[in-house]
Write a protein that binds this ligand. Sequence first.
Ligand code: 5AD
Ligand code: SF4
Length: 509
Amino acid sequence: MNEKQRKATTLVNPSDKKSEKDYSKYFERIYMPPSLKDAKKRGKEEVKYHKDFEIPEQFKGMGNGRNFYIRTYGCQMNEHDTEVMAGIFMALGYEPTDRPEDANVILLNTCAIRENAENKVFGEIGHLKPLKMENPDLLLGVCGCMSQEESVVNKILKQYQYVDMIFGTHNIHRLPHILNEAYMSKEMVVEVWSKEGDVIENLPKVRKGNIKAWVNIMYGCDKFCTYCIVPYTRGKERSRRPEDIIQEVRHLAAQGYQEITLLGQNVNAYGKDFEDMEYGLGDLMDELRNIDIPRIRFTTSHPRDFDDRLIEVLAKRGNLVEHIHLPVQSGSSDILKIMARKYTREQYLELVRKIKEAIPDVALTTDIIVGFPNETEEQFEETLSLYREVEFDSAYTFIYSPREGTPAAKMKDNVPMEVKKERLQRLNNLVNEISAKKMKEYEGKIVEVLVEGESKNNPDILAGYTRKNKLVNFRGPKSAIGQLVKVKITKAKTWTLDGEMVEEAVEVN
Ligand code: 5AD
Ligand code: SF4
C-alpha cells in the first residue's frame, strides 16, 4: 500500500473515531485498491457495531425508472450479500430485472475460491462488453471476493476499462455512494477496503423466496488455512451480537419462513471475539431452538472449534436438524499440518465419534481437496480410507487451486495435473458409491419434506428437502408448496429420492 492509498484508507475508515461521520473528504479520491498484505493483518481493534444504516436523503429516488441485475457466483455468503445489495437497490428506487439487456446497472458478485471461478467471471465481463458499448449509460460493476484481490483489480483496470465500479466485500453498505460516484465520474470507481473490522446492522434485504432464509451470524475468518484466500477477501472474524441475530430469526419466523441457515465462514468461532462475555455457537443455538421456526441449520463448520457444548445442544434436536457439514479437506495428518488445519486425522475422527454418539443418525457431509502440493499416493489413500470410515452422506470435492498471496501458492508442487484429476475421479467414485448406498436405506421410509416448489424438469412434480438435506421429488398438490409434508420414499437414486406424499400438508405455523 502506498502513502496515497494509506491516507485514503484512513480518511474513510468508519472504524476510525475521528472520521466516523466525516465523509466529506472521501470524494477527493475514487481509487482505493485492495492490498493483500494489509488484508492479512489482524489487529487488536475492537469490532464496532453500526446500527444506524440508512439510505442518505440525497440518494433516495436515484433508481427511479432504472433496473438492476445481479449475477452471483460462489457460496451462500455471496448469495446473501446479493440479497442485501438487492435490498439497497430497491430502497434507492431501482427495480429488479432478470435480463441483463434490460438493466441500467449490472453487478457481478464474484467468488475467488478457485481459479476456474475467477475465469468464469472474466469471461462474463468480456461477454457484457457489447451491452456496455451499445448502452453507455449502463453501469457495470464487479464486487464480491475477487474485488478484494490486488491482481484482479489491476487486471480489470488494464484489460476491462469499460467496467465502471469495483467494490469489495466490506463496502456493500456504501453502494449508494459508489453508484452516485459512478454516475458522476468518467473514471472507474474502485472502493475496496482491505481490512475492515466492523459489523453493519439494519441493512435492507430482499430475500430470494419466502420459505428458507439465510442469516449471517459472523463475518470473516482468522484460520488462514494455507490454501485459502477467504481470510484475505473477507477480513477478520467478527460476530454479530446474539440479540441482533435472535431478533432477525424471530422476525423471519413471524413472516412465515420455515427454515433458517446461519452463515459464517467458520461458524464455530462464533463469539470468540466478544470481550464482554463467554458466549459461543452452542449458546446461540440453544436460544434459537426456542424460536417457533421448524428448521435451523448452520454452515460452515471448522472441526477445530467444534466444541462439546455445541454437540450437547444439537443433540436436543427439535428444530436443530441432524445434518452437519464438517469440512475435513484431507485424511492425512501430514497434509492437514501443511494446510494449517490445526487438527489431525485422529482428532477429526474423535470429533466424528463424539457427534455420532450424541446424534446416532446424524448426516455428515464434507469438503475435500485433492492434489494439494506434493500429496503422495499414500496420503491420498488416507483421504479415501477416512471417507470410508466416516461414511459421509456426500462431499464437495475439489482439485487444489493455487491462490496468489496464500502460503500454499509458493510451495513447489510435484503432483502432475493428470494425477490430480485421476485422484479426484477415484474420490468421486467413492463419494457416489457411499451416497448411493446411504440413499438406498431410505426406500420404504417416510421422511419430512419442506416443499420448495415444482421440480426443475417437471412442473407436475414437487421438490423439497428433508432435515438431512436430501432432495425429494414427489407428486403432490401445489398447495403443499411452503409446507412440511410427509413423503414415503419409493425409489432412491444416487443423489435424490423419489416418493409419494402420504398425507395432506400439515399447517406448521
Ligand atoms: N483450492 C481448492 N479448493 C479450495 N477450497 C478452498 N480453497 C481452495 C483452493 N485454493 C475448498 C475447501 C473449502 C471449500 C469452500 O473450497 O474445500 O472448504
Ligand atoms: Fe478458508 Fe475455511 Fe480455512 Fe477459513 S477455515 S481459511 S474459510 S478453508
